[in-house]
Design a protein around this ligand. Structure first.
Ligand SMILES: [Zn+2]
Length: 118
């Protein structure tokens, strides 16, 4: 159900930015730490997008690798499994530098049809 609430959040954001224009594609950046299942997200997105300007829009997912940053020395590294220690200085005062993303990167809208006023 995680993906359902994320889908609602995406559609809400996109509908707001599309301002009535029809959306053909939504590009998303999702951090690996979000543990989103792409197929499930697409399924719910289609469901939530129904009867909105997002209906039928393509969902393009970019998964962002999880990275940590050592606060004192600034070095960043990618993690496969959580190993919260700096590989360079051995320190444990670290913060998540990336991997927690969940943002709409861009949307693509269709031009409004020209209707000549008569
Ligand atoms: Zn360090």
């Amino acid at each position: 159900m995680h993906e359902l609430s994320l889908s609602s959040a995406i559609v809400n954001t996109v509908v707001k930015h599309a301002a009535g224009r029809r959306v053909s594609a939504v590009e998303l950046r999702v951090g690996r730490l979000r543990q989103v299942v792409p197929d499930t997200l697409e399924f719910y997105f289609e469901f939530v997008a129904r009867d909105s300007v997002c209906e039928g829009a393509r969902l393009e997912l970019e998964v962002v690798d999880a990275r940590l940053r050592c606060r004192p020395c600034g070095v960043e590294w990618e993690i496969e499994i959580p190993a919260f220690r700096c590989p360079t200085c051995g320190g444990s005062d670290v913060e998540i530098a990336s991997g927690n993303e969940f943002e709409v990167e861009s949307i693509e809208v269709e031009e409004a049809e020209c209707i000549a006023p008569k």
